[in-house]
Design a protein around this ligand. Sequence first.
Ligand SMILES: CC(C)(COP(=O)(O)OP(=O)(O)OC[C@H]1O[C@@H](n2cnc3c(N)ncnc32)[C@H](O)[C@@H]1OP(=O)(O)O)[C@@H](O)C(=O)NCCC(=O)NCCS
Length: 206
Amino acid sequence: MLQDIPTPTLREARACVLETERLTLRKPTLADVKAIARLANDRRIAENTRRLPHPYTQDDAIDFVRALGAGGRETVFLIENNHTPIGMVGIDWRKPDGIDWREETAAELGYWLGVDHWGQGFGTEAARAVIDYFFEEFDLDQLIAGARVVNPSSRNILEKCGFQWSGVELHRFEALGSSSPVDAFRLSRGVWASLKSWNSSKRRES
Ligand SMILES: CC(C)(COP(=O)(O)OP(=O)(O)OC[C@H]1O[C@@H](n2cnc3c(N)ncnc32)[C@H](O)[C@@H]1OP(=O)(O)O)[C@@H](O)C(=O)NCCC(=O)NCCS
């Protein structure tokens, strides 16, 4: 449970760099705020992410990066392709709506990409890296995620990563100024481990 995750572990998590075939995932710094604001300032992103305001200014990016540095309970990675920032992916350790941490052991995956970078598989590649990192580094049993019911590409990413649909919930979206129905998903450690071993046996065969 969240209260059982030792703070040093969260601190180490914030310093970690993940590499995939095409992407580098690293901690965002104040040097990145211009790029973050430029990427995030798009209604198509804000309307699909719960807490991103719209318009999204450089001051919003500064506040966000400072909050991370001050020990906010999020593990966030800036996604880079060829040394260029393209979006963000992370794990939110706060108690999500409708989840009781005393009964559920979960953290929430979230991601967004600058619109120019959509449709090239980067979302799936970044999500997979953080999912592997989560199950390899933390002793938690499941990861949760949500996609607005009008967001098929995010739903597709979650399903490709093994998430299973668990119901529809209403969540508030800051940029909408209202609540919207969200497909809720869960990925258990067992399903993740099975998919990993199935994928590696397929790779050995080919
Ligand atoms: C969701 C988001 C990250 C997707 O990024 P992406 O890099 O374009 O995604 P990918 O290319 O890895 O995968 C998207 C999948 O959805 C599919 N897809 C895209 N549009 C679709 C549609 N309208 N209907 C069905 N499937 C769709 C793509 O074909 C792809 O699947 P495939 O690889 O099997 O072909 C990006 O659109 C985004 O940042 N959206 C705004 C923020 C957001 O929605 N965040 C998620 C909420 S937490």
